[in-house]
Write a protein that binds this ligand. Structure first.
Ligand SMILES: [Fe+2]
Length: 237
């Protein structure tokens, strides 16, 4: 059900923040901010590259950061080392905001390794757990495949999908911790069950438009087409 108190922002790396960062421009990551317009509590989703600008936007809108949701451990989503280049992220946010970092429990060791952050800062979750911000909830959906603990967030009628599902295609399954069969299961048993009325908000701006309804995505995205598992794995992994 829609709550008209939801504040929802989609910010593009290299444009809305990190405008002087060449990697942020090339990678075209999205950071999301979700808040309650009454209580002014706010969660950031996948903040990276330019923590100062992201926190400035939160402050300028008069919100209070109450937690961080991370879709998966990769440095372009959480900060850390990306092919030897250090990217800002949750480690830098924790220096001024000691808020919980909500991850799937399967991602804990990967997150610790890639960010160097102590385990005590992480809130490790099961699929189905809900994170409250004000009167609004984000439901965590474990979608392994791109990484072991990849998760999507369902917030009212919006699905923030990280690198599990893009508008056209899905995330890579040839990286450390990837598992093509788990990606197939995540997509066919979980994401195809999401209501058509939901809007998909991916982790990167890889299409002509930055978001799309699940209804249209189901028509256009080949990974959401019904086909035998072997064929799906041959095509997409
Ligand atoms: Fe990724």
């Amino acid at each position: 059900m829609n709550n008209n108190r939801l504040y929802f922002q989609q910010w593009l790396s290299g444009v809305d923040f990190g405008s002087n960062n060449q990697i942020a421009k090339q990678m075209r990551n999205f950071t999301y901010a979700v808040g309650d317009t009454e209580t002014r509590e706010l969660l950031l989703i996948d903040p990276a590259y330019d923590v100062t600008s992201i926190l400035d936007m939160v402050n300028m809108e008069n919100y209070q950061l109450s937690g961080i949701l991370i879709t998966h451990y990769h440095a372009d989503h959480a900060g850390g080392s990306l092919m030897g280049i250090e990217i800002e992220g949750i480690r830098e946010i924790l220096q001024s905001n000691q808020v919980p970092i909500h991850i799937n429990k399967e991602e804990l060791n990967w997150m610790k390794r890639s960010t160097g952050i102590d385990e005590s800062y992480f809130a490790s979750h099961e699929s189905g757990d809900k994170i409250k911000f004000g009167t609004i909830e984000a439901t965590l959906i474990h979608t392994p495949g791109h990484t072991p603990g990849s998760q999507c967030f369902l917030i009212e009628d919006m699905l923030v999908s990280g690198d599990t599902l893009f508008l056209e295609g899905c995330g890579r399954t040839d990286l450390p911790g990837s598992d093509p069969e788990k990606m197939y299961e995540s997509i066919t048993t979980k994401l195809t069950k999401i209501s058509d009325s939901v809007t998909l908000y991916p982790g990167h701006f890889y299409s002509d438009v930055p978001f799309e309804s699940i209804a249209v995505t189901k028509e256009k995205n080949p990974v959401l087409q019904t086909m035998p598992k072997d064929q799906w794995l041959n095509f997409f992994t």
